[in-house]
Ligand binder design. Structure first.
Ligand code: FES
Ligand SMILES: [Fe+2]
Length: 343
């Protein structure tokens, strides 16, 4: 006899993992210090001297474009006494200077001048510590783990699929917005990985796209969600990729309408969302403005959802939630979290 009580839904991770600083710290060590993390697009570092900075797993990182044309990543930490070297998010400099005792560094991370020291005597303190960096389809990734398998190996299937978008190399960054989200990074990813909430929370989005034909497929360390645009010709689809652990790439209909989202964990209940919009040219058309308005609206609706959700996750009412069968991408995400925390 089949009864409703027998139906088994997949459980979410325990809600405590969305609020507990100890779990957050474990994720920092076992996930964010061991995986490839998207840091930007090559168009952001086009010229010699261009740099960008960000935090990964609580570590300040800097990526530079050297005089030899190479992109490199370092810990943004001074080898003299541990000061954070560069404080801007991005810029262009010939040398980097530490604001404490004035040591300067070349774009390849080697010390340039160290007042009161002979630079030849500095040993391991003679350069900023380097980090692995790889570029694929003009997307720049770094990994804090020296022994991690290569990006091409880890994301083989995803990178194979990216060949469908040869225009990625020609994209230009046209807008970057950052927003502090008062929610655990996993809640932001969970929200991205299902569209059961779309008809309720995103009325504009639900009108523009045929969400009844929303499809989700899970793959090795990434998921792919897509649907047809209801007003456009067949095949003109919106496509959404989530790449383990915290990266998203969205390809909307239109000329190179690509945006990326990085969900940077800040603490157990705070994340930094970095939203980058790309285009094939830097001219902002009326159509583009409309498109920006559209994506901003959808983002705002999601911020509201996850920030309200975060409050419920610390309640004692439930210890976890359940996933519907159409939320299988989020189930996969939770399996990967579990697996990585056990390793
Ligand atoms: S800590 Fe950077 S120069 Fe002293
Ligand atoms: Fe959403």
């Amino acid at each position: 006899m089949s009864t409703k009580e027998n139906v088994q839904f997949s459980p979410t991770l325990p809600y405590s993992s969305y609020v507990d600083p100890e779990v957050f710290n474990e994720e920092r060590i076992k996930i964010f210090s061991k995986n490839w993390i998207l840091v930007g697009h090559a168009s952001q570092l086009e010229k010699v001297g261009d740099f960008l900075t960000l935090d990964i797993a609580g570590e300040p990182i800097i990526v530079t474009h050297g005089t030899d044309g190479e992109l490199r990543a370092f810990y943004n930490i001074c080898p003299h006494r541990g000061m954070k070297v560069e404080n801007s998010d991005k810029g262009n400099k010939k040398v980097l200077q530490c604001g404490y005792h004035g040591w300067t560094f070349k774009l390849d991370g080697n010390v340039n001048r160290a007042p009161n020291f002979k630079t030849n005597d500095l040993g391991e303190h003679s350069c900023m510590k380097s980090i692995r960096l790889e570029v694929q389809n003009a997307m720049i990734f770094v990994n804090l783990d020296k022994n991690a398998a290569s990006l091409a190996e880890v994301y083989q299937e995803f990178l194979e699929g990216m060949k469908e978008y040869p225009f990625f190399d020609s994209l230009k960054l046209v807008r970057e917005t950052r927003r502090e989200v008062k929610a655990n990074w996993k809640a932001v990813v969970d929200n991205y990985l299902e569209c059961d909430h779309c008809s309720i929370a995103h009325p504009g989005f639900a009108k523009s796209f045929d969400i009844s034909n929303f499809c989700t497929t899970t793959h090795d360390k990434f998921t792919y969600q897509y649907m047809a645009a209801s007003k456009n010709a067949e095949g003109d689809q919106a496509r959404f990729y989530w790449i383990w652990p915290n990266m998203m790439i969205n390809v909307y209909p239109g000329d190179g309408n690509v945006n990326t989202i990085q969900v940077v964990p800040v603490d157990a209940e705070t994340s930094l969302g970095i939203y980058r919009d790309y285009s094939l040219n830097e001219i902002t058309t009326k159509e583009k403005e409309e498109y920006f308005k559209f994506v901003d609206q959808v983002r705002q609706e999601d911020f509201d959802l996850v920030e309200k959700l975060q409050k419920g996750l610390s309640s004692q009412a439930f210890s976890n939630g359940i996933f519907s069968p159409t939320e299988h991408a989020a189930v996969y995400f939770h399996e990967l979290i579990d697996k990585n925390l056990q390793d």
